[in-house]
Design a protein. Structure first.
Length: 280
């Protein structure tokens, strides 16, 4: 099967238990991830990837985009907001207005926490040009340990959230057989001029700027450990030449949730035929 991935033998009992109703899937946690993109003078379009440390409970050693779970405080309605309103994001992602606000804020917050890339500025038409220094690191740590909300961080610094710099891209839900599940909306964004993406988190041990085509190839051959949504997203982005092309591309967001099936006595993860990914 083209769009099927053989699962380890240890998954077989779990698949059968879920299908027979002997086990209940865990709820999927709302989360957001951002594909940060740039145009390289020689390499062309590049995406930013992190490699998760192998001690992580979810996707250890996997190459991923920055992102993470929603903090309930991300829905703070007092956040200074520039760009499409939450209702418009909700329509794009088939989400209520409160959840849409949380997802957009989580996307920007998590990207800052993991890379120091910040899609916010002093005005609705500007972006901060440098996030280096001890004061920015202190703010990042306060966001990480949840002693400071994202809204309080923006308010104290007098910053406006630039939601107009984001575009909706995809929606993936972790399969029901997984012990940790996420309901994740994918965004794309251009790397802000003057800022520099880097690894500042304890969740990653390496970071990369890489052409989507090359990254998808490494993921599909197993050279780089990747989850299917990452490969699918990179495969789609490989069709574009510039960041501007990506941001201008029309998108109809469809929720994809891979299913687990027993085929010829073995467990497989099966994706819809419309998903652009191929394991070799």
């Amino acid at each position: 099967m083209v769009n099927a991935l053989k699962l380890p033998e240890s998954f077989r009992d779990r698949v059968e238990d879920i299908r027979a109703g002997r086990a209940e899937p865990v709820p999927a946690r709302d989360s957001a991830t951002v594909v940060v993109l740039r145009d390289h003078e020689r390499q062309g379009l590049q995406a930013f990837l992190l490699r998760r440390v192998r001690s992580m409970a979810f996707a250890p050693g996997a190459y991923v985009f920055p992102g993470g779970g929603v903090d309930p405080r991300d829905g703070d309605a007092d956040i200074a907001w520039a760009g499409p309103p939450p209702a418009e994001w909700g329509r794009a992602f088939n989400a209520g207005e409160t959840l849409a606000r949380e997802l957009v804020c989580a996307a920007v917050r998590e990207t800052f926490e993991e890379t120091l890339v910040l899609l916010a500025g002093p005005t609705a038409g500007t972006v901060v040009d440098d996030t280096r220094g001890g004061d920015w690191e202190a703010d990042r740590q306060a966001l990480l340990d949840r002693t400071q909300s994202f809204g309080a961080f923006l308010d104290r610094r007098g910053l406006v959230l630039r939601t107009d710099l984001l575009r909706p891209w995809a929606h993936w839900i972790t399969p029901k057989i997984e012990p940790m599940r996420y309901d994740t909306r994918f965004f794309v964004a251009a790397m802000p001029e003057g800022q520099r993406a880097r690894d500042v988190s304890t969740e990653a041990d390496q970071v990369f700027w890489v052409r989507p085509e090359e990254a998808a190839e490494r993921g599909s051959t197993g050279e780089w450990t990747m989850l299917p949504p990452t490969i699918a997203t990179l495969t789609e982005l490989a069709e574009f030449e510039t960041v501007a092309d990506v941001l201008a591309a029309p998108r109809e967001i469809v929720a994809y949730e891979p299913t687990a099936e027993i085929i010829d006595g073995e467990a497989y993860l099966v994706l819809p035929d419309s998903v652009a990914w191929h394991y070799r």
